[in-house]
Write a protein that binds this ligand. Structure first.
Ligand code: NAD
Length: 267
């Protein structure tokens, strides 16, 4: 068993499914003592908490709406009180335009203001607020405190029909840098996934007029010809959280099957 996160207390947002669930479980596998599993949906959070316990860590399912300031403050307080502090924060939850609106209302010139605000509040403002509320606990941690943010390749290059998503993910990449600067020696890094097989990605494919064409379009530029797996992303998140990454802070890591390595089409 790898025990690179031995004894760490961890908070993962958006941990009810997808990448967040995989991160919560992998943290437990790698020796974390306790994982707070936060999500908008209680049943999903409870299911992940069960998986975390089965993987050997303590777990607390916390219902939190990241669009509500007091809910974020309560999530952090509950985690710290329940586990006696906080060593690792994973700001993972994220939403994309397709969750709120149908085509053709997802372009820069057609997006509704309330959709922009919803995506911004979850993807960027909540990452900052959670970091702000968690900072006093992380700064007191003597177990290599770290923050890991989930950004996206959409924050590095332009994609059609997800303007708020891309802009907020670019914001997460920069927020990662300023957080690393302001909170050092607490480390802060982010990772930028490409297309990962989660409910978010599957819903995004399904929202297109031709589901399979959308999946092909997004995966065609990859050098590794398949969807990424949440478990692969989780291993990167765990590495960035642990002492093996002690010299890494303020950085972003692309995990995209090679899509951004070239300007290829895959044809
Ligand atoms: N799947 C991909 O291809 C992909 C690619 C790049 C980046 N990402 C990023 O990875 C992260 C996880 O994505 P995923 O694919 O696992 O998504 P997902 O939709 O499968 O899971 C996201 C979780 O966040 C929760 N959530 C959403 N809004 C919330 C809110 N207001 N308050 C609290 N929780 C909320 C959801 O309930 C859900 O459990 C996101 O930040 C996403 O932008 C995903």
């Amino acid at each position: 068993m790898v025990d690179s996160l031995r004894g760490r207390t961890v908070l993962v947002t958006g941990a009810g499914q997808g990448i967040g669930r995989a991160i919560a479980v992998e943290m437990a596998r790698q020796g974390a003592s306790a994982v707070a599993v936060a999500d908008l949906h209680e049943t999903a959070a409870r299911e992940t908490a069960e998986l975390v316990r089965a993987a050997g860590a303590g777990a607390e399912a916390i219902v939190c709406d990241l669009r509500v300031r007091d809910s974020i403050a309560d999530m952090v307080e509950r985690t710290a009180r329940r586990f006696g502090g906080l060593d690792v924060l994973v700001n993972n939850a994220g939403v994309i335009e397709t969750a709120f609106t149908a085509a053709p209302d997802r372009a820069v010139d057609t997006l509704a203001e309330e959709v922009w605000d919803a995506v911004y509040e979850v993807n960027l403002k909540a990452v900052w607020l959670t970091t702000k509320f968690a900072a006093p606990y992380l700064c007191r941690s003597s177990r290599g405190p770290a923050i890991v943010n989930t950004a996206s390749v959409s924050g590095l290059t332009g994609f059609r029909n997800a303007p708020a998503y891309g802009v907020t993910k670019a914001g997460v990449i920069h927020l990662t840098k300023v957080t690393a600067v302001d909170l050092a020696p607490v480390r802060c890094n982010c990772f930028c996934p490409g297309v990962i097989d989660t409910p978010l990605a599957q819903d995004h494919f399904a929202a297109a007029p031709d589901r399979d064409a959308m999946e092909r379009e997004l995966t065609a530029p990859q050098l590794v010809k398949r969807l990424g797996r949440p478990e692969e992303v989780a291993k990167l998140a765990c590495f960035l959280s642990c002492d093996d990454a002690a010299f890494i802070t303020g950085s972003s890591y692309v995990i995209d099957g090679g899509a951004l390595a070239w300007r290829g089409t895959g044809n």
